[in-house]
Design a protein around this ligand. Structure first.
Ligand code: SF4
Length: 410
């Protein structure tokens, strides 16, 4: 059996594959979803669904179609996806996967759901230590986030004589080292040793942190803001080409949010024991500690991870954090966080018709007025790349102008 997965940025997928190898699970990840994947998804999914579903489901069907065309055996694959319920359409994704696969002629294709309700069990695969397995996947996510931010920073702050290819080579060396570590010994100590061993590559790159670049933070719906594919028209690369300091959305934020919000909910509703609350607290804080240690090893170059308790307090006057679904209060909280941390432009990416993000957008326009921020909300429909990039480019122009004025005044 081969586990098939997709939907995350490429670094994260490579690192997750390495963890799966450590647990003796053979896996493959899907390539980045492209426009063709989107069209296939739109053809087989329900009308008016969210475009992350069109991209991810279409990408899976595209992959299976290509394999079938080459006469390859697809019965060995099990596609793994994350399950959840809630007020938005995410809770219906698995059913949508099944429906679209049936329509595309892959009715018997197997899908496994990784979620808390079934104890993170994957049918047909025996995981000996489920807690360690999930924890090690979490470490892969953290490293992926650190490397992604590191890459953006190195590209933005490299001296002119350094080419982008040199940066890519350095990041490739680092990620290859982590792949080796995670597939053989994903213990924290060996992860930190890998970090210490690989920081020498960074030291060799001539960097100039005196460069004055406007800071642009990307927030929004989970998939639209984290993907580095055509799903958001490769917005992060576009921003890097426009010479700004890009602050990406960390997937780790989603992990800490899960621990934090579940703890809050259960405490308020008196549904949890002291022990379970303590465990969630410790796990959340262990993540902060690991992330910060890795960040420090890389000379504090990657952006810091925000604390959920801070985000919670920031959002409270505008959004009830116990209203969950999608990003919950996080889009509003991160916007306020940006205003308080000198970010010059906040871009919020959301799939067309995303319910929770539409709600946050309405509030974010009020936040923008109150905190005098530059805020741009962009809907990614799968079509309309030129329109989206035009809007971003106009807002960037404004942000750069404001940034120059700020520098003059300081
Ligand atoms: S958060 Fe938005 S895009 Fe994501 S599943 Fe929910 S409604 Fe769809």
């Amino acid at each position: 059996m081969v586990l098939l997965f997709g939907g995350l940025p490429i670094y994260h997928q490579r690192l997750i594959k390495a963890v799966l190898k450590f647990y003796g699970i053979e896996s493959e990840f899907l390539p980045e979803p492209d426009y063709d994947a989107f069209l296939i998804g739109r053809k087989y999914c329900s009308r008016g669904f969210c475009n992350p579903a069109y991209f991810t489901i279409g990408n899976l069907i595209k992959f299976l179609m290509e394999k079938k065309k080459k006469g390859e055996d697809i019965s060995k694959y099990v596609y793994i996806t994350v399950g959840a319920c809630g007020p938005c359409r995410f809770g219906m994704y698995v059913e949508e996967y099944k429906k679209a696969l049936k329509l595309a002629g892959f009715e018997n294709f197997k899908i496994a759901i990784l979620d808390q309700d079934n104890g993170y069990k994957i049918e047909g695969i025996e995981i000996k230590k489920p807690f360690s397995f999930i924890w090690d996947l979490g470490k892969a996510i953290m490293i992926g986030d650190i490397l992604r931010s590191l890459r953006y920073k190195l590209i933005s702050y490299k001296k002119n004589e350094v080419s982008k290819d040199e940066i890519e080579n350095v990041i490739e060396k680092i990620i290859t080292s982590y792949e080796k570590t995670l597939s053989t010994n994903p213990q924290l100590l060996s992860i930190f040793k890998t970090a210490i061993k690989t920081r020498k590559y960074i030291k060799k790159i001539p960097l100039d942190f005196n460069k004055k670049l406007p800071k642009v933070m990307v927030i929004g719906e989970f998939w639209a803001s984290t993907t580095e594919s055509y799903g958001n028209y490769k917005v992060h690369e576009y921003l890097l080409e426009n010479n700004v300091d890009v602050k990406p959305e960390y997937i780790t934020n989603w992990l800490t949010y899960q621990f934090f919000i579940k703890r809050k909910e259960k405490k308020i509703r008196n549904e949890a024991t002291f022990k379970s609350i303590l465990i969630m607290f410790l796990l959340e804080h262990a993540i902060y500690l690991i992330f910060e240690t890795l960040r420090k090893i890389y000379f504090s170059i990657p952006d810091p991870l925000q604390k959920q308790s801070e985000l919670y307090k920031l959002a409270l006057p505008y959004y009830d954090p116990l209203v969950v679904g999608g990003e919950g209060h996080l889009e509003v909280a991160k916007h306020i966080w940006a205003a308080k941390h000198g970010i010059d432009l906040v871009i919020s990416l959301k799939p067309f018709g995303c319910m929770p993000s539409t709600q946050s957008d309405a509030i974010n326009y009020k936040v923008s007025k109150d905190y005098k921020t530059l805020f741009l909300s962009v809907e990614t429909s799968g079509d309309g790349e030129v329109n989206v990039k035009n809007r971003i480019s106009m807002k960037l122009f404004e942000a750069k102008k404001k940034f120059k004025e700020k520098l003059k005044a300081s």
